[in-house]
Design a protein around this ligand. Sequence first.
Ligand code: SAM
Length: 279
Amino acid sequence: MDEIPPLSQAPARKALGQHFLFDPDILHRTATAAGSPEGRTVIEIGPGPGGLTRALLAAGTEKLIVVEADPRFAAALRDWPEMTSGRLVVIEGDARKVDLAEELAQVGAALPAMIVANLPYNVGTPLLVDWLKANDWRGEMALMFQKEVAQRICAAPGSTHYGRLAVLSQAVCACHIAFTLPPGAFRPPPKVDSAVAVLRPLPAEDCFEDLTSLEAVTAAAFGQRRKMLRASLKSLAKTRGLSAEAWLEGASIDPTARAETIDQAGFRRLALHWANSGG
Ligand code: SAM
């Protein structure tokens, strides 16, 4: 790993959520957490000094597209020999503004692409929600988040972590936590534990396609999670000329139930009923 510049030359930028991994075992476990990247197209957001990038290449990634906001790291990565051979594609910029489907098409990458990243904490969740909606090109994902976010992705109904992120993630993926890491595994150390969430796409017939409706319903339901659903969904129901009670009963859900008790199937019924009510 001698391509990785020493931290003294590349001090971490807090605003960009820079907490780097250097342990080869942890990097290999992260690179392979969602399965072997051998022969696959992989997207990595935030390669930083390149430890995970190197591990992904060592594990046989065929085409690796990285998106890095920090020009210091993007410039260093462009000097890697894999860049010249075309195996590594470096995009400098904000991952939230990059059209990954377009970038994949431009380099003629084999699909679906895996996404493997030690994500910057401030942009991890919105990026994940975008990727959940990208059913046409997105494959397995292994994503390092703050542990609490990983728990929210993988949570089951009734748990304190269960909410919008679990319902959206599990509408299109099977999710589990591969492993957790203490702050000391990173340089500089973050304040909290981290964890790698693995998300594997469900078979097409088990996916719920209308994530936009599911987002609207879960935002309303969990926005006031202590309230009964007939109260928390009242305003959203009105936008479609529905009464919350009739909507909930039509979806076979007790109007006095609270959001955290409703399972994936229940939220799918609510979203379908809402979407089919026009608007
Ligand atoms: N992958 C490296 C590792 O594991 O050591 C670095 C991970 S560090 C947690 C997050 C990386 O994401 C940093 O390199 C940071 O500069 C980059 N980053 C932060 N915000 C970004 C954004 N909006 N788009 C692309 N990269 C971003």
